[in-house]
Design a protein around this ligand. Structure first.
Ligand code: RP5
Length: 230
């Protein structure tokens, strides 16, 4: 399965964190150390277009060169820990994906180029997380007809309420499917992306069904341990 990380027009701090994520610095952030099976992520500089995302990857076996179907975008490398939870879910389900840092405000042109080219590059669902005045999901949705799932992130004094309102309050005509604030939203966005893909993928549909059954069994186990709670 493919998992790649890159940055589209990232500000300097995002770029240095990206170098960390790509192993050029001492320690990979937890979000990205979830063993991308394709190997090391590729790095792009701030002014490169979104086009070389897949082609820039190192040479891999045929099985490993699956095109990314889902992208996880985020406004800053400071969002990586939370959004990485979504990447883990995609990994577990065997869904090829890429992880991109780009910003509606700091790299608006790169964001637009990325969104415009996403469908042609084979992507099917875009998961977009951002905090504060979180315009990234909306900015991406403005430039694509792919489904955009927004994840408001808690990264300021308003604890994600700002991002929630900015993400969910889209004007009619430009939909963003908005999930919960933070980790639950990141995980659920990945599951929802999987459910969208599963409409035409029976293997994935079975995997999702199995996951739900395991969740139900886990709840049943809790009831057994606490019968008085019935
Ligand atoms: C948003 O601003 C990002 O999505 C992030 O959640 C927040 C803070 O970004 P940094 O200042 O940490 O880069 O654009």
């Amino acid at each position: 399965m493919t998992s790649k990380t890159t940055t589209a027009g990232a500000k300097p701090s995002a770029r240095s964190a990206f170098e960390t994520a790509t192993g050029k610095s001492t320690k990979a952030p937890a979000a990205l150390s979830a063993k991308p099976s394709v190997g090391k992520a590729t790095r792009r500089s701030a002014n490169e277009s979104a086009k070389p995302l897949v082609r820039a990857a190192p040479k891999r076996s045929r099985k490993e060169t699956a095109r990314a179907l889902v992208a996880i975008l985020m406004g800053s490398s400071s969002d990586l820990d939370v959004m990485g939870e979504g990447a883990k879910v995609l990994e577990e389900l065997g869904i090829a994906h890429e992880v991109v840092v780009t910003s509606a405000h700091r790299s608006p042109l790169e964001t637009a180029r990325y969104a415009e080219s996403a469908r042609d590059r084979g992507l099917q669902v875009l998961i977009v997380g951002a905090g504060l005045a979180a315009h990234l999901a909306g900015a991406v949705a403005a430039h694509t007809t792919l489904p955009v799932l927004g994840v408001p992130l808690e990264s300021g004094p308003l604890r994600g309420m700002d991002a929630l309102l900015a993400t969910v309050q889209m004007p009619a005509g430009v939909p963003v499917g908005t999930l919960a604030i933070g980790t639950a939203g990141a995980r659920n966005a990945a599951l929802l992306a999987a459910q969208i893909l599963a409409l035409s993928d029976s293997r994935l549909a079975r995997a999702l069904k199995g996951r739900k059954a395991a969740m139900t069994a886990a709840v049943g186990g809790l009831l057994k341990r606490f019968p008085e709670g019935k």
